[in-house]
Design a protein. Structure first.
Length: 440
């Protein structure tokens, strides 16, 4: 009996940066296992990168099929799967569309591109009948996308929330554990490579918003525009508020939150106080963790490294293997399911209508009647105080008055704070942090 030759699925790679190098390293280290699982041979046929000489740690560049331009990969009829690891919006978007039009299947780790142009890319993939994998776009090596698309397909998702940015989590962890200032820890994070030279995307919550947009679109089958996600970063979090949170039994984390509430979808990213007993409170350093609640399965928690060369490259290969297996065995081209919008998508809940408990820190002069003035304004806006701490006494200087507030409406809280900050006895802007969990 003559043995049939193994099928061959040729792969092209755009970008030999950090994650691209990881993709090559995994293939070099585990080729036999990967090809066995895919049921075909997986030659890396072309690798496009503008810099063909810069050393990549752990790789022998002379042994790689390097080319200087993406067109060589995109126009090669032998390439069946294109891995896009360029990052940014352009030319990545144009390259992916060009690959689709050439009948090539695509795998990407580009969260910003999906957050901005996901709907267009999904539509074009359907139009050209190609597969499009993006497991690596959210939470690095954590298999979150596939779990939502496939593992939880029998569920109506009720909520998705968690820590999806390792840089911000590292900064808040160090501020909490060592009592240090934001600026000092950010500088250290940059020195260690946990934060970029320009950390804006991470510390202003934008990276988390990109990931939440992708997760919410999948989990709730609702089209979410990035501009509709309320986004607030961690720059304003102080070690003083972290210390008060700890005293009250809470931790401060940058959370991405999406949940179905009263027939609407609320979606937001902001610093959040959570009970110290919560599993999310124990997620430290650069790690990520996401809670998903389904109506059938209940609560699930996904935890692991949300970024980095090898975890992200691992997620890239999970998509490549699924697509290659489909191609090698003639399975339907949509085995990598693309997101779809429900027949009745959830309308978005305006941020002003969100209801949650709050932490407030008012810097007030220690004068008779100050608390009465503050509590009177809160009461006028249907806001009630759950507990109160007043620190220190100083005749001439402002002292912190810390309050935990029962569940209140966002719009009412904003109006109340605007009035409180205008009081002559209040020095500076009142700090407010939303609270999730607990019994307030």
């Amino acid at each position: 009996m003559i043995a049939r030759p193994d099928p061959v699925v040729k792969v092209g790679l755009l970008g030999l940066g950090t994650v691209g190098s990881g993709v090559v390293k995994i293939l070099n280290a585990h080729r036999a296992e990967l090809e066995e699982r895919a049921g075909c041979r997986l030659p890396l046929h072309r690798i496009a990168d503008q810099d063909l000489t810069r050393p990549r740690e752990g790789l022998d560049l002379k042994s790689l099929p390097l080319v200087p331009d993406a067109a060589t990969v995109l126009d090669d009829p032998a390439v069946q799967i294109v891995i896009e690891l360029l990052g940014g919006l352009e030319p990545a978007r144009s390259f992916i569309l060009r690959a689709f039009q050439s009948g090539k299947h695509v795998v990407t780790a580009n969260k910003a591109l999906l957050a901005h142009h996901g709907a267009e890319l999904f539509d074009e993939a359907r139009r050209w009948g190609v597969m499009f994998g993006f497991e690596a776009a959210v939470a690095g090596g954590i298999p979150l996308i596939r779990s939502i698309k496939e593992g939880l397909a029998a569920n109506r998702i009720l909520s998705v929330h968690g820590i999806v940015n390792g840089t911000s989590n590292y900064i808040l962890t160090m501020m909490t554990e060592e009592g240090r200032d934001f600026a000092e820890v950010l500088k250290e994070a940059q020195a260690k490579g946990y934060a970029e030279a320009d950390p804006t995307l991470d510390i202003e919550g934008l990276d988390s918003a990109h990931k939440l947009q992708i997760l919410a679109t999948l989990a709730f089958r609702t089209s979410v525009d990035l501009k509709d996600i309320y986004t607030e970063g961690i720059r304003g979090v102080t070690r003083q508020d972290i210390a008060y949170a700890a005293e009250l039994g809470y931790r401060i984390k940058l959370l991405a939150i999406a949940k179905a509430s009263d027939g609407r979808l609320e979606i937001r990213v902001h610093p959040t106080m959570i009970p110290a007993s919560s599993p999310l409170a124990a997620v430290s350093g650069v790690f990520n963790a996401v809670f998903i609640t389904g109506d059938a399965v209940g609560d699930l928690m996904f935890y692991g490294r949300g970024a980095g060369q090898m975890p992200t490259a691992s997620a890239v290969w999970s998509d490549v293997l699924e697509i290659a297996r489909s191609l090698a065995h003639g399975v339907s081209s949509h085995s990598v399911e693309l997101p779809s919008i429900a027949a009745r998508p959830l309308p978005l809940q305006p941020m002003d209508e969100i209801r949650c408990p709050y932490y407030l820190r008012v810097m007030a002069l220690d004068r008779p009647g100050v608390l009465a003035q503050v509590s009177g304004i809160l009461g006028k806006h249907n806001i009630s105080i759950a507990s109160l701490i007043q620190k220190g006494r100083a005749a001439a200087e402002a002292v912190p008055v810390v309050m935990m507030i029962h569940t209140a409406r966002e719009q009412d809280m904003r109006h109340a704070l605007a009035e409180i900050d205008k009081l002559p006895v209040v020095a500076g802007k009142t700090v407010s942090i939303r609270v999730e969990g607990g019994d307030l």
